[in-house]
Write a protein that binds this ligand. Structure first.
Ligand code: MEV
Length: 403
């Protein structure tokens, strides 16, 4: 359990301060270690020698703004959320939405146990129906084989919990075995790939056929998160605005063209935290959209409904994130992000990310149902446009000087 500093995420006028003042304010609250303070004060760039080891053919580092979304209260705890993203309206919108939700007690979120799904494909299985029975009968042996492949995880309390056999094509004998693995605080991709590769020959010995792919599924249905938020009619901006939000939610439920944009707004918040915390955001994106389409009809990840005194939003989706392993252990910016959130582990990170998604959705729908995206949401973008124009003018000037 992390020992947590008591702290208020409601910091008024934060945006008006200089970057150095913001950092000082956060450091004064005792959230950051000395190393993290120094790393952030120096600009937060990743050391190129570390970068060179992280990827292939590296020539430099790519930077993004690292910002803090404020005002969040999640499961009764105040929290600032680090976001690495270039779209200014996301951080401002999330902070604003969190301020409104806070008035009704804040967000509530709950993640399931971190159970990942991995798949073993077998083709040309002679008797697929029998294969299902056979594998069910030797489930203990298969789980043992899986756990022998990941002894450290088993020692830490994780391990293979369950399996499921699915016939994808009875005629051609295409069978897939799902193994469900508790991966602790890891994202778990490597762990479950190891499990799939270890168990595949054992499965084949029992049911025959040709071994195909052995890889995780990016749709981890047993690793999901649910976040909820209530906002009173008054806080959301009045009856018209509340109705507008409900109509917007309904629109997304009825139409894939709207649902995908609605979900993009959700992912704006989630991806920004994923980037700041070194997560595999491609896998989160893949899982989110597959989840949205799970019923065969692409649906919104977050929906809003009426309550006695306002509206309530609910977001549910898969969330495979880790706080150990991968780039989380080598990136000092990620270490700083974890400190800022006073994180207890991967489950809590999933809860925070889902909350950021719901807040981002609320902010987007308020802007859209209210004065429209161009005035409200885009005001901040214009600031960026001015910055880009200035940068271009500088570049032109430098080019002129060189000639
Ligand atoms: C823009 O980045 C995101 C929005 O389009 C989301 C939405 O329409 O709900 C504003």
């Amino acid at each position: 359990m992390v020992e947590r500093k008591s702290f208020s995420s409601r910091i008024s006028g934060f945006y008006k301060k200089s970057m150095a003042q913001r950092l000082e304010l956060i450091a004064d609250s005792g959230l950051l270690s000395q190393d993290s303070q120094e790393h952030l004060a120096a600009g937060g760039a990743l050391d190129v020698t570390v970068a060179d080891r992280l990827s292939e053919n590296v020539i430099a580092c790519h930077g993004l703004p690292l910002a803090l979304a404020l005002n969040f209260r999640i499961n009764g705890r105040d929290i600032v959320i680090p976001m690495a993203v270039e779209e200014p309206s996301i951080v401002a919108g999330c902070s604003n939405a969190a301020r409104l939700v806070r008035l009704s007690g804040g967000f509530f979120a709950e993640a399931t146990d971190p159970v990942m799904t991995t798949q073993v494909q077998l083709d040309e299985v002679p008797e697929p129906e029998r294969a299902v029975e056979t594998l069910e009968a030797c489930r203990g042996e298969l789980l043992d084989a899986a756990n022998r492949a990941i002894p450290n995880m088993v020692r830490r309390g994780g391990g293979c919990r369950d399996l499921e056999v699915r016939i994808l094509d009875a005629e051609e004998g295409v069978v897939v075995v799902h193994l469900y693995v508790h991966v602790g605080d890891a994202m778990g991709a490597n762990l479950v790939d190891t499990v799939a590769e270890a168990v595949a020959p054992v499965i084949q010995r029992h049911i025959g056929g040709r071994i195909g792919l052995r890889i995780l599924s990016n749709l981890p249905l047993r690793r999901t998160v649910r976040a909820t938020a209530r906002v009173s009619t008054e806080a959301v901006g009045g009856e018209e605005m509340a109705l507008g939000l409900l109509r917007a939610s309904r629109f997304a439920s009825l139409d894939i063209f709207r649902a995908v944009t609605h979900n993009k707004g959700v992912m704006n918040g989630i991806d920004a935290v994923a980037m700041a915390t070194g997560q595999d955001w491609r896998s989160i994106e893949a899982g989110a959209h597959a989840w949205a389409a799970l019923t065969g009809r692409y649906q919104p990840l977050a929906t809003w409904s009426r309550t006695d005194d306002g509206i309530e939003g609910v977001l549910e989706m898969p969330m495979a994130v880790g706080t150990v392993g991968g780039s989380t252990t080598v990136h000092p910016g990620v270490a700083a992000a974890f400190e800022l959130m006073q994180l207890s582990g991967a489950r809590e990170l999933a809860e925070i990310m889902a909350t950021a998604g719901l807040a981002s959705n609320l902010a987007a729908l308020r802007a859209l149902a209210g004065e429209g995206i161009q005035r409200g949401h885009m005001r901040l973008h214009h600031r960026k446009d001015r910055l880009l124009a200035e940068a271009q003018a500088h570049a032109n000037q430098a080019e002129g000087d060189r000639r």
